[in-house]
Design a protein around this ligand. Structure first.
Ligand SMILES: [Cu+2]
Length: 116
C-alpha cells in the first residue's frame, strides 16, 4: 500500500512539470495579457545591427526567434527603439541583446544591451 502510493506520487511529480511546460508553449501572448495587468518579462534575444536610421528613430536588426511576437524564425527587419539615445550606442555590425515588443502597433526595441 505505502509503496504504491509512493510510486504514484513520483509518477505525478515527473508528469506535472512537463504538462506545465507544454501549457506555456501553447498559450498565446493575448491570452496572457488578459490575465495579468503587467506583461511577463520577455527574454533577451541576440541580434546584430545592420543599419541605423537616426533621423527616423529606427534600426535594422537581424535577430533570432522572438516568441513573444510570434516570430519563430530568425530574420532581418526594421525596429523602432523606445529610447532614441540607444541609436547613439549602436554601430552597424554590433552584436546586441534586446527585447522587442509591439508598442501601439509598431515593433519596438524596449530593452537593449551590448552583447559581451
Ligand atoms: Cu522579426
Amino acid at each position: 500500500m505505502k509503496t504504491s502510493i509512493a510510486s504514484v506520487s513520483i509518477a505525478l511529480a515527473a508528469f506535472l512539470p512537463i504538462s506545465a511546460m507544454s501549457a506555456n508553449d501553447h498559450s498565446g501572448h493575448g491570452a496572457m495579457a488578459s490575465h495579468a495587468s503587467a506583461p511577463a518579462p520577455a527574454k533577451m534575444v541576440d541580434g546584430q545591427v545592420k543599419k541605423i536610421d537616426k533621423a527616423a528613430g529606427k534600426v535594422t536588426l537581424s535577430h533570432g526567434p522572438l516568441a513573444n511576437l510570434g516570430m519563430d524564425m530568425p530574420m532581418t527587419m526594421v525596429f523602432r527603439v523606445k529610447d532614441a539615445a540607444w541609436l547613439e550606442q549602436m554601430k552597424e555590425g554590433d552584436k546586441i541583446r534586446f527585447v522587442a515588443d509591439n508598442v501601439n502597433g509598431a515593433i519596438t526595441v524596449v530593452q537593449f544591451e551590448q552583447a559581451k
